[in-house]
Design a protein around this ligand. Structure first.
Ligand code: SAM
Ligand code: SF4
Length: 336
């Protein structure tokens, strides 16, 4: 059955990908993502897992074929696996994917694979345990590496490392992390630090541009530009093996240096049920009141989601030199 109507915005872009943050909480406190002291939302202000499942189903019926579950740390939410099972069963969904810090993967990789998760992004910013602890404030690198190994063992279709490089912290590790990805036969993406939420440093002081990282990597590896695109801000390169083949893809997610907005195919839903039409703008609608006022009628929800397509902005507007963050909300709230 064809899902109708579909989500098309005023610029003709089709939205077929949602990223859903299922919690603002996390067992880590990465320095670029959170401040040391975080106040998390009271539980009743966060979507229940049943509400998350209902929302995803509505979006899939509107033509969404790819769902990324993220957070906060999605796998620390109690019963998160129930949601993965429910979403994995939806007709019309082609790709269920996950972004995680990896801390729970050793225990949950098998169940996630069974639920239908196809690909996993695991955040690893350093291969030095002490430094990893410093960046995440609470994280244990060995646990994350065990989670990575467990994910490789169950055989997801794709595993990718996400890395945020910060000047003076881990910016000397780009090549080591790429070599690690090559050795592990997995992919890696470098994400430029974004001014989302107020953290304990100025963003300008730590910013590392992907253009510089690419230049450095090109001096060490033979990289082939790739035309692959996921409709997002990532540009890909492939590491050429000596026999001309390639196993590892390197992505550069550069919201500052590339204008990727014209091909944007995604929207984000926060753990509070706010539908954000753009990561870098404030345009949003609140879906939670509709979920709670009409527990068994999806019509108002569908009308609101279709209507939101009229306010999806043309593009974002990040500026590192601003005194205030461009967007007050944290990435852990909106979902990366
Ligand atoms: N906790 C999970 C994790 O760390 O992968 C999922 C949520 S996290 C918000 C998703 C991604 O956003 C991570 O790869 C993280 O490194 C990235 N991230 C968080 N804050 C960021 C920021 N201010 N700028 C750029 N990337 C950020
Ligand atoms: Fe937690 Fe992910 Fe944010 Fe790190 S980046 S604090 S792991 S939500």
């Amino acid at each position: 059955m064809l899902n109708q109507p579909t989500l098309v915005d005023q610029f003709g872009r089709t939205v077929d990908y949602i990223r859903l943050s299922i919690t603002d909480r996390c067992d880590f406190r990465c320095v670029y993502c959170m401040s040391e002291e975080m106040t998390f939302l009271p539980r009743d202000e966060v979507l229940s897992l049943e509400e998350c499942a209902r929302l995803v189903k509505v979006f899939v019926n509107l033509g969404v074929s790819k769902v990324r579950i993220t957070g906060g740390e999605p796998l620390v939410r109690k019963n998160a696996l129930w949601l993965f099972d429910e979403v994995g069963k939806l007709d019309g969904l082609k790709e269920l994917v996950l972004t995680t810090n990896g801390s729970q993967l050793e225990k949950q990789a098998i169940a996630l694979k069974k639920a239908g998760v196809k690909r996993i992004n695991i955040s690893i910013d350093s291969l030095n345990a002490e430094r990893f602890k410093k960046i995440t404030r609470t994280g244990d690198l060995n646990k994350v590496l065990a989670g990575l190994q467990a994910s490789k063992d169950v055989g997801f279709e794709g595993i990718k490392i996400n890395t945020v490089l910060m000047r003076g912290s881990n910016d000397d590790e780009a090549a080591d992390l790429v070599q690690f990805a090559i050795d592990q036969k997995i992919d890696i993406s470098f994400i430029e630090e974004m001014p989302l939420g107020e953290v304990d440093h100025t963003r300008e002081s730590t910013f590392v541009s992907n253009a510089d990282t690419l230049k450095l990597l090109q001096s060490k590896y033979s990289l082939l530009p790739s035309t692959e695109s996921t409709g997002g801000p990532a540009r890909y390169w492939r590491v050429a093996n000596s026999d001309g083949t390639s196993d590892t893809k390197i992505g550069f997610i550069s919201p500052h240096s590339h204008n990727f907005c014209e091909s944007c195919n995604r929207v984000r839903i926060t753990c509070k049920g706010e539908l954000y039409l753009c990561l870098g703008q404030e345009d949003k609608i609140d879906l939670m009141p509709l979920l709670r006022e009409y527990p068994s009628d999806d019509a108002p929800l569908i009308a609101a989601i279709l209507g939101s397509m009229r306010i999806k902005p043309k593009g974002h507007d990040f500026d590192l030199r601003r005194a205030q963050p461009a967007v007050i909300r944290f990435m852990s709230h909106t979902g990366g």
